[in-house]
Design a protein around this ligand. Structure first.
Ligand code: NI
Length: 127
């Protein structure tokens, strides 16, 4: 096993400790390993998008005054049948989108959402 050095902000460290505690892991290294496995599983799921993909895309973020999600939605308007923006507690925003389109296009849009690194929750519930 290799030892690597990474930079994390306070919120990420708190999240890592929460993951370790909630899943009764031995420490932060196990929490990082588990998080990587989870991300890899998500990537594999995205690789399975083939043909027509339909579903509900759920995104939670804290960037109400930032047009990032709106720009992604406009760039991908042909994939979004309908959308809803709603406000949650703690100034969080919930985006719900009914999406329908070719798997690769849906995957590209999801990658765009992930790479913006502004959402605290991203989930596509498929048909
Ligand atoms: Ni909002």
């Amino acid at each position: 096993m290799s030892i690597v050095s990474i930079s994390l902000d306070e919120e990420s460290i708190a999240s890592l400790d929460m993951i370790a505690e909630s899943f009764k892991l031995k420490g932060r290294s196990d929490a990082v390993r588990m998080s990587i496995k989870s991300a890899v599983a998500e990537l594999k799921e995205m690789d399975d998008y083939d043909g027509l993909v339909e579903g509900v895309l759920i995104i939670v973020h804290e960037h109400h005054d930032d047009a990032w999600i709106s720009m992604i939605q406009h760039r991908n308007e042909e994939l979004i049948r309908t959308q809803l923006h709603s406000h949650l507690a703690d100034r969080k925003c919930l985006e719900l989108m009914i999406v329908s389109g070719e798997g690769q296009r849906i995957r590209d849009m999801l990658r765009e959402v992930h790479s913006a690194n502004k959402a605290s929750y991203i989930k596509l519930v498929r048909n």
